[in-house]
Design a protein around this ligand. Structure first.
Ligand SMILES: Nc1ncnc2c1ncn2[C@@H]1O[C@H](COP(=O)(O)OP(=O)(O)O)[C@@H](O)[C@H]1O
Ligand SMILES: [Mg+2]
Length: 387
């Protein structure tokens, strides 16, 4: 359904006249969301998420899995914005490979996400607010590529999406002077009591955030961060594992086209249908991944137990490797607090059990992989990006 949504203001940017969009407050009211159209996709998303909830309640040591899933999301959300690194690159860097600006973007995102989760979990921490998001943005925009992008600050100049110059833009977000009011409205919407199902509200908040485009850069990543965080805050999911980036990555043209449809023609139902279909899809994908990872761990634990030995170290190491599926001897030394020799002997037991294997091919600075686990975790976080 098309509806009149927002207004345009003619402005001058770099000598060109363009129309900047000023979105109205959420939610759409005249007419309100057409709920019958959304019924089925909402039902499917809710059911898939409930299955995910059950799966994540049943798996022990969910903490380790959550960290892996966060790293996967950090990688994919960055890839959507052009970062040329994979999840394997990130894990190899953690195991001693030299870092680079692409890897740093991914670790920055991870830090931003973990910061937000910490604050929200802490009674004395910041509530969900622009202040919190700005602090997260500050962490996201560290390092060579982010420094000129005003880390942690709402933009003070005009920006545009697509096109080398403003006149060629696909979309021109609101002028900087409108941002304080627009963001206050968005904060109010997030905190107001509302009968709308939370998943729909999350979808609308994401699209509205992208329409406002409050930062000079990092809007896509911050807007996607908000999705998972809101899903947790609003108890849609019980563990922080609803990550939509792999859906957006697979269906990127649709993602941009429908974000545009929501603000340009007020076609909220179309955007929300896409969003809900994605929520259902990632919920199923994540359920399968969690179950798969858990199955691999359970089988391999038996393999370790079957190796005849009189030390508990191999089993202790085995319990650690899901959190560091690429590792070196130093990491083992540090985590198990043992000597280099003991670390190497312990790794050898896991090699003998067929659980890990050396991947560098070198005789020094060796690197080991928990390959069966990686095969599942890395899927979807590869390059190149699908068209
Ligand atoms: N037509 C559009 N209208 C609104 N938002 C859009 C449109 N097309 C793309 N986007 C959003 O803009 C994001 C890119 O903005 P950007 O600030 O560069 O994010 P990041 O730095 O995280 O790269 C996309 O990921 C998408 O979420
Ligand atoms: Mg960008």
């Amino acid at each position: 359904m098309n509806r009149k949504w927002g207004e345009y203001k003619e402005i001058n940017v770099l000598g060109e006249t363009v129309k900047a969009f000023i979105p109205p407050k959420l939610p759409p009211e005249r007419p309100p969301l057409e709920m019958p159209v959304l019924h089925q996709p909402l039902l499917e998303a809710s059911q898939a998420i409930e299955v995910l909830n059950v799966a994540s309640d049943m798996v022990p040591s969910m903490e380790q899995l959550i960290l892996g899933l966060h790293k996967r999301e950090a990688t994919i959300t960055s890839q959507i914005e052009g970062t040329q690194a994979t999840l394997l690159d990130l894990l190899e860097t953690e195991a001693g490979k030299e870092s680079n600006p692409d890897i740093q973007e991914i670790t920055n995102y991870l830090k931003a996400l973990q910061y937000v989760e910490r604050e929200l979990a802490d009674e004395k921490g910041l509530p969900l607010s622009m202040r919190l998001l700005n602090n997260a943005h500050f962490r996201l925009m560290q390092g060579v590529r982010g420094e000129l992008k005003h880390p942690g600050e709402i933009r003070r100049s005009q920006n545009w999406i697509g096109g080398a110059r403003p006149g060629r833009a696909v979309y021109v977000p609101p002028p900087a002077e409108n941002l304080p009011d627009l963001l206050t409205d968005l904060e109010h919407y997030i905190h107001q009591k509302d009968e709308t199902p939370p998943l729909l509200r999350i979808g609308m908040v994401h699209a509205q955030f992208e329409a406002i485009h409050p930062y000079l850069d990092g809007n896509g990543r911050m807007g996607r961060l908000l999705i998972g965080v809101l899903a947790r805050e609003w108890r849609v999911i019980r563990q922080p594992v609803l990550h939509l980036s792999s859906w957006f990555k697979q269906h990127r043209r649709e993602y941009y086209r429908l974000l545009d449809a929501a603000h340009a023609d007020g076609r909220w139902e179309e955007w929300l249908t896409y969003f809900l279909t994605g929520a259902a899809w990632v919920a199923r994908e994540t359920t399968e991944l969690i179950r798969g990872l858990h199955a691999v761990i359970s089988e391999d634990r038996l393999r370790v137990l079957e190796v005849r030995q009189n030390s508990v170290l191999p089993l202790r190491l085995f319990e650690l490797i899901p959190a560091m599926p690429v590792f070196n001897a130093n990491m083992v030394e540090a985590r198990l607090s043992v000597s280099t020799n003991a670390a190497l002997r312990t790794i050898q037991v896991l090699e003998m059990a067929g659980v890990v294997r050396e991947s560098s091919g070198k005789s020094r600075n060796r690197v080991y992989r928990y390959q069966r686990y990686l095969d599942l975790l890395l899927r979807g976080a590869e390059l190149p990006m699908p068209e």
